[in-house]
Design a binder for this molecule. Structure first.
Ligand SMILES: *[C@@H]1O[C@H](CO)[C@@H](O)[C@H](O)[C@H]1NC(C)=O
Ligand SMILES: *[C@@H]1O[C@H](CO)[C@@H](O)[C@H](O)[C@H]1NC(C)=O
Ligand SMILES: *[C@@H]1O[C@H](CO)[C@@H](O)[C@H](O)[C@H]1NC(C)=O
Ligand SMILES: *[C@@H]1O[C@H](CO)[C@@H](O)[C@H](O)[C@H]1NC(C)=O
Ligand SMILES: *[C@@H]1O[C@H](CO)[C@@H](O)[C@H](O)[C@H]1NC(C)=O
Ligand SMILES: *[C@@H]1O[C@H](CO)[C@@H](O)[C@H](O)[C@H]1NC(C)=O
Ligand SMILES: *[C@@H]1O[C@H](CO)[C@@H](O)[C@H](O)[C@H]1NC(C)=O
Length: 662
């Protein structure tokens, strides 16, 4: 399904006008950020919750948000088919052709539904086959939900819409509803869009509304699509969503072109084949490799934006994407040789957010572009949250991604394409670092939050990973300028040369400055010490990190960060680090820790941990792909074939078209 285009959001994002939204006595515009003392002055952070404006803060977290465009299902004898009426359900996904075939029985009669999405339009095609159609018992139902209410009651807004507010939105049959097409208009406050339907003349359908207009029932926005005659035991139609009323492509066209696009997708870029391995873990590894590639194509291959954590399936974290996660979501496109998908997202995503990020930095007294944390592609507002305002590690990502782009295409064109983003990112990073008068070094924070979001923000200074990443980033930006033949700004060089180093305690790296060795026993910190693992592997080589200390630190982390505690994208980061430090057995251990790191029957990675978010968790699938390419394809400076795959454990890994990671 060309859901990637849906993700691009022209009708999927509900975008209430900021000026008029009034929440009781508070207005979103009342929110002006929250002050925190930073390097000796008051700085207003635009993404910290304001305790005096709880409703406005919550509104800003929740808006704008994605909406569910519609629910399409079946009716039997005039009523929605319920799961209890279905027997012998079976669903097969043909990955090569992108076709889902569902078979089941209703009241003892066979029903087959074949579903295909489209790469060209925001459309899906359904073919329904059953003798129940000839009896007039089977129909198709379309229903249109309302977005959920944003309250502070939920940690995450996992939602597919609600049917409880029928009078707050309207639907109506469009004016083009005759012959081989029909449409339904859905209006929700300022947002409106059409569900455009089309079928072939031979199996004509008719659309009707179930309830009278203005109904105050949960079924108020239900419509039924039924065959005009009882001659055929099959029907087929296109359902397409767009801001305007239009005639979508006929089902047969979509069916044919979608299949070709999927075939093409599977043949482009790299591939990893472990099927010749005798290791019993190989089969599941291969399943995860193949299904993850399917899921990223469906859920993540957008234009100009990064996927949210739950892809296009539901609204985890209000359906917004997270700038600190863009590498986990999208870096795999580059190393799997599918650069076109990477280039569809970057640097456009940063360019879209540039004006608001320049303004943000300026308002806070810094230069360059301060990238937001959790945001949307329209307004670029930095969603408030306890973590959001002071998180650091999204800032250097643009430089890492620029290097990935340059590696794939080491040309002057790439250098120029990214130059603005590289420059504004580095300007911010150099200006944000604060000179510590007693050490003569540049510090990061306080306040600050690191990758693991488990340190006290008001006193956290010089997070190990973040300060090393700052150093890597400033070096990358300076190198960029040199390659372009441009002058390197003095400020970048000065700050890079004088940045504090990642803190150490007893010959090991520590999460942030000021800890003593007892931190290894602090359950809050040792429950997730991944930032130290990230110092080598995900972070490319940098003079700021001593490889021997990083190796000793990784081995120590392996003792305290036990299997039961690792979740989210922890396994990919561990596999990448293990490969980089020369421990391929450990790398493969993490990639195959199936007892702890579950993928569901459809191949969606499960996040694990504190719950609240159902699958998908796209950083799991996309991070897994990045790690697989890393251990198999290697990294900058790695030697030999499949450097992260252990020898002598029954692994035979064939691969093609992979690019080394940085
Ligand atoms: C629905 O509309 C009513 C009347 O305008 C309003 O009071 C209520 O808050 C709305 N409900 C939702 C969920 O938007
Ligand atoms: C709609 O139905 C709900 C639930 O039955 C009821 O609370 C509400 O007053 C009704 N609204 C109107 C306008 O009839
Ligand atoms: C400067 O660095 C020292 C040593 O790390 C630290 O104790 C001190 O708090 C820092 N000063 C400020 C203002 O953060
Ligand atoms: C950080 O400091 C601010 C201002 O003093 C305070 O309001 C806030 O509660 C502190 N945050 C934490 C997590 O301690
Ligand atoms: C080490 O740090 C812990 C936690 O901050 C503190 O309670 C303890 O006193 C420190 N130990 C020493 C020897 O400084
Ligand atoms: C951590 O706890 C263990 C067991 O209680 C103890 O043996 C060890 O010395 C402690 N380590 C540090 C660094 O405090
Ligand atoms: C399969 O993977 C698990 C988890 O990594 C590991 O413990 C086990 O040894 C592996 N089996 C083989 C035969 O390598």
């Amino acid at each position: 399904m060309r859901v990637n285009q849906v993700a691009a959001g022209y009708c999927l994002l509900l975008a209430p006008s900021l000026a008029v939204a009034r929440i009781d006595s508070e207005l979103p515009s009342d929110y002006h950020g929250v002050p925190r003392e930073t390097y000796g002055r008051q700085v207003f952070y635009d993404a910290l919750p304001d305790p005096n404006l709880k409703q406005a803060t919550q509104w800003l977290i929740g808006n704008p948000n994605r909406i569910n465009l519609g629910r399409i299902g079946l009716t039997y004898k005039g009523a929605t088919v319920s799961s209890s009426q279905i027997t012998q359900p079976k669903q097969v996904l043909d990955l090569w052709n992108g076709i889902i075939t569902s078979t089941f029985r209703i009241n003892g009669k066979d029903v087959k539904v074949i579903t295909q999405g489209d790469f060209e339009e925001d459309a899906v095609v359904f073919r329904v086959e059953s003798d129940l159609l000839k009896r007039g018992d089977l129909g198709v139902e379309l229903d249109f939900p309302y977005p959920p209410i944003h309250t502070t009651a939920y940690k995450y807004e996992v939602f597919a819409g609600v049917y409880d507010f029928p009078l707050n939105h309207t639907t109506s049959i469009g004016t083009n509803s005759k012959g081989s097409s029909a449409s339904i208009k859905h209006q929700l406050q300022e947002t409106s869009y059409f569900a455009n339907l089309r079928w072939p003349g031979q199996t004509a359908l008719e659309l009707s509304r179930n309830d009278p207009g203005g109904s105050n029932s949960t079924t108020a926005h239900r419509y039924t699509l039924k065959p005009v005659s009882r001659k055929s035991s099959s029907i087929i139609f296109t359902a397409q969503f767009s801001p305007d009323q239009r005639n979508p492509s006929p089902p047969s066209i979509i069916q044919a072109r979608n299949k070709l696009e999927w075939n093409k997708y599977w043949q482009e870029g790299g591939f990893v084949d472990v099927t010749a391995s005798s290791n019993p873990n190989a089969t599941e590894l291969q399943r995860r490799i193949v299904t993850s590639q399917y899921h990223v194509r469906v859920n993540s291959a957008a234009k100009g934006q990064s996927p949210q954590e739950s892809g296009l399936m539901n609204n985890g974290w209000y359906g917004k994407f997270h700038m600190e996660m863009v590498i986990w979501h999208n870096a795999h496109w580059a190393t799997w040789g599918k650069q076109k998908y990477f280039d569809n997202i970057f640097p456009e995503l940063y360019e879209r957010l540039l004006p608001s990020s320049l303004a943000r930095a300026k308002a806070m007294g810094w230069q360059g572009a301060r990238w937001p944390k959790m945001t949307d592609p329209i307004y670029g507002i930095n969603s408030p949250g306890d973590i959001n305002g002071v998180l650091l590690w999204q800032q250097p990502h643009a430089l890492y991604l620029a290097n990935l782009a340059y590696q794939a295409s080491p040309t002057r064109k790439t250098l120029q394409r990214w130059d603005r983003v590289v420059t504004e990112t580095a300007d911010y990073m150099a200006s944000y670092a604060g000179l510590n008068a007693s050490t003569g070094k540049y510090d990061l924070g306080p306040p600050s939050y690191g990758v693991t979001e488990n340190t006290p923000p008001n006193s956290t200074r010089n997070l190990a990973y973040e300060i090393a990443y700052w150093s890597y980033g400033l070096d990358a930006a300076r190198e960029w300028k040199r390659k372009l033949g441009q002058r390197v700004p003095d400020k970048w060089t000065h700050v890079a040369a004088n940045l504090a180093l990642p803190p150490q305690v007893d010959g090991l790296y520590a999460v942030y400055d000021g800890l003593n060795s007892s931190w290894w026993n602090d359950t809050k910190l040792n429950g997730d010490p991944r930032s130290l693992i990230m110092l080598q592997g995900i972070l490319p080589d940098t003079p700021a990190v001593n490889p021997m200390i990083a190796l000793a630190t990784a081995d120590k982390v392996a003792q305290v960060w036990t299997d039961d505690k690792i979740r989210g994208w922890g396994r990919p980061v561990l596999a990448i680090n293990s490969a980089r430090i020369g421990n391929p057995s450990r790398a493969m251990y993490h990639l195959t820790a199936y007892d702890y790191w579950k993928f569901d029957d459809a191949g969606f990675a499960i996040r694990g941990g504190d719950g609240g978010t159902p699958p998908p968790f796209m950083p799991g699938n996309a991070g897994f792909l990045y790690a697989v390419a890393y251990v198999v394809g290697g990294w900058s400076g790695s030697k030999g074939d499949a450097p992260g795959v252990p020898k002598g454990q029954g692994w035979i890994v064939k691969h093609e078209g992979l690019l080394k990671a940085l």
